[in-house]
Design a protein around this ligand. Structure first.
Ligand SMILES: *Cc1c(COP(=O)(O)O)cnc(C)c1O
Length: 431
């Protein structure tokens, strides 16, 4: 099967990390997010070990927690000893409540409000990743009021198109993120940061995009960023001690997507970084990267109950499920692809090509189109694969639908990481 934690048991049901998915659906109800804790930990360890083996001391991966944010995931990342990225008060607060040491947190976002900045400083967030000129002044001012010197990175746009979907391409010169190197504005921003008494510049950050399978865009980014580090040294005397190359390694959504050897890809990046630094005559900076998707996406699946199979004679067929865009908006947002399996009959070959439709009042509420699966009957369980990233974290209450629960499984047990919302939760803020 597409992921190595999936299999089929003796009654023909899909198993996930050894658990019968139909039994889990009965136990917890559907829609149901399932996450494989051991798979997440193993993937984190692959990254961490590769960083240790190939990059200078102090180089650590950061988990881009927007991919999947809840207390339990921050506990896991704390136990595994890696850093995190956060982009809002909500993510910072969740991490704090999970006991995560916020000194190891990097605060991102292209528009941090004054209130966000004050909150992050008050809670001891280790690093800010500055995105614009206004933020330089605002963080400096608030840090001064609080009598702290805030460590910052500057996010620059290296001017790269990583050949991915345009909504997940973030490194081009026209991007809303960061400050462009090409226009000279990034260099001006560096000078401005260096003038601020309450900011301490650590280094630079870039993030070129998502769902990238080759090391090439990261190597190109490294080339541009290391040249920039050298120019900054020459023009201002400031030598960056750290370089963040962003997140973005891809995962398998369908059989068409390659299997990625993350360790090998990181080594390719490291080889290029080392060679470039040698050529440029600069010391190799600490390297940071921020995987989100590639730490959690393929550790997750979602289970749904089928309601109907509607054949529009001569046109197309819809399989309707008890979830959809409210718990997985990825098709609606990006036309993203997923693999689906009839988990009740996982031993049977696909004999139907259908659109899988959600239950929201939107024609665009689809999980996908032209999906091959074994024709389900009402109450069969449908599994949508590779939903560990950008599903729960993007879920909404559209149509006043309760958000599903998240169940984690590991070698010894299955347990609730996030409870299912109740109808009373839905009205809890209504006056
Ligand atoms: C979204 C994002 C990431 C994570 O991207 P993935 O594709 O999930 O690895 C990392 N860094 C920044 C700045 C991001 O915006």
């Amino acid at each position: 099967m597409i992921h190595n934690n999936l299999s089929i048991n003796s009654v023909g049901h899909l198993t996930f990390a050894g658990y019968d998915t139909v039994e889990l659906a009965n136990k917890y109800g559907t829609p149901l997010y399932l996450m494989d804790e051991d798979k997440i930990r193993n993937r984190v360890r692959v990254y961490k070990q590769a960083f240790k083996d190939f990059f200078p001391e102090g180089s650590v991966p950061e988990y881009a927690s927007k991919a999947f944010s809840c207390k339990r995931i921050y506990e896991i990342m704390a136990e595994e000893g890696i850093n995190i990225d956060a982009v809002s008060k909500g993510e910072i607060y969740t991490a704090k409540k999970a006991g995560f040491n916020l000194a190891n947190c990097f605060f991102h976002g292209n528009n941090k409000t004054d209130s966000d900045i004050a909150f992050a400083i008050d809670n001891g967030v280790g690093h800010f990743v500055v995105d614009c000129i206004e933020e330089i002044y605002a963080i400096n001012k608030i840090a001064a009021e609080k009598n702290v010197v805030q460590k910052v990175f500057l996010r620059v746009s290296p001017g790269i198109d990583p050949h991915t979907h345009k909504k997940i391409s973030t490194g081009s010169v026209e991007s809303k993120f960061g400050i462009a190197i090409e226009t000279g504005q990034a260099m001006d921003a560096v000078r401005l940061i260096l003038e601020q008494k309450n900011l301490s510049l650590c280094g630079f950050h870039c993030h070129v995009g998502s769902q990238i399978f080759e090391s090439e865009p990261f190597c190109t980014a490294a080339e541009i960023m290391l040249s920039f580090i050298k120019s900054v040294k020459e023009e201002t005397g400031f030598l960056a001690s750290a370089l963040n190359l962003g997140g973005g390694f891809g995962v398998r959504y369908t059989e068409k997507d390659p299997v990625t050897d993350y360790r090998a890809k990181i080594k390719e990046v490291a080889d290029v970084v080392n060679a470039l630094c040698k050529n440029l005559g600069i010391p190799v900076p600490k390297i940071l990267m921020e995987p989100g998707r590639s730490l959690v996406a393929d550790a997750g699946i979602t289970l749904y109950t089928v309601g109907s199979v509607k054949e529009i004679t001569g046109y197309k067929t819809y399989v309707s499920i008890d979830g959809g865009m409210a718990d997985n908006p990825r098709f609606a947002l990006y036309e993203a692809e997923h693999t689906v399996i009839n988990a009740t009959h996982a031993d049977k070959k696909p004999n139907l090509v259908a659109s899988v439709a959600g239950r929201c009042c939107e024609s665009g509420d689809l999980i996908g189109e032209k999906l091959s699966l074994y024709k389900p009957s009402r109450n069969d369980i449908l599994a949508v694969l590779t939903t560990g990233a950008y599903n729960y974290s993007m879920a909404s209450n559209y149509n006043r639908i309760e958000r599903p629960c998240v169940v984690m499984v590991n070698k010894t047990k299955d347990y609730i990481a996030v409870k299912r919302e109740t109808l009373d939760d839905l009205i809890s803020l209504d006056e």
